[in-house]
Design a protein around this ligand. Sequence first.
Ligand SMILES: [Zn+2]
Length: 275
Amino acid sequence: MHSERKLALFDGHCDTLSLDGDFKPYETPFEPYAQIYAIWGGPEHDWSNRFEPLYYKYAKADKSGVQAYLSVEGAHILDCSLSRLREAALMGVRAVTLTWNNANAISGSCAEDVDRGLSSLGKKFVSECEKLSVFPDVSHLSERGFFDLCDVATKPIIATHSNSKAVHEHRRNLTDEQFKLIVQSGGVVGINLYDEFIGGNTIESLLRHFLHFLEFSGSERVLAIGTDFDGGITPPVGLEDYTKLPALYDALLQAGVTENTVSDIFYNNWYRLFN
Ligand SMILES: [Zn+2]
């Protein structure tokens, strides 16, 4: 079991901000607790009218007790536009998932136009992200798009909420080759709590993703958490919400992961990247 001191959590992805109604950060047992809040929604919405209300919901909420960061899940939300990317960066957006499940003008996704990589606009978008200190996020991206991104990226590459394809074959998961390239880039991978991506609904099945990636050298500085809470997911039994996550901390310790590495996974790896 973890010691009695407070545990720290930095969660790389949740869709809480995109739920209907008022937004208020969850109370969690973690201290500090940092959270990347995604502005998320499909391409069917008119984002010229939808982005700002969600942004103000975030900006005006009482965020005391949480270190809050903002991301955009799917460049379609920014019309795949360089000028809207610049505006979003000025508003505090720190990461942009290049595609959600829908393909867009930047790239094919893992679910649509899967053989299409980064367009020339996509390459410009990535370079502009790097200039603005916005991380390009490869969760949901096509494999072609991922490798094209690796060719143009000069800064760390992140996957805010993605698991291991070697452990569970799913289009949303990362191959070992992709993971190793993210390690080389100095980036971070947040492990997702969705049972469909895990390939099971137990804490043990989730652990397999951590333990597999931990076999790669340098991965202790790369692995992190990206819960995907409020993203329509079904999490493993025993990890239903933030109050339950200390059970994952303990399970990693019991699996033989050192406490240093577990605390890096839970907090330090995302923190180092964003600070
Ligand atoms: Zn997602």
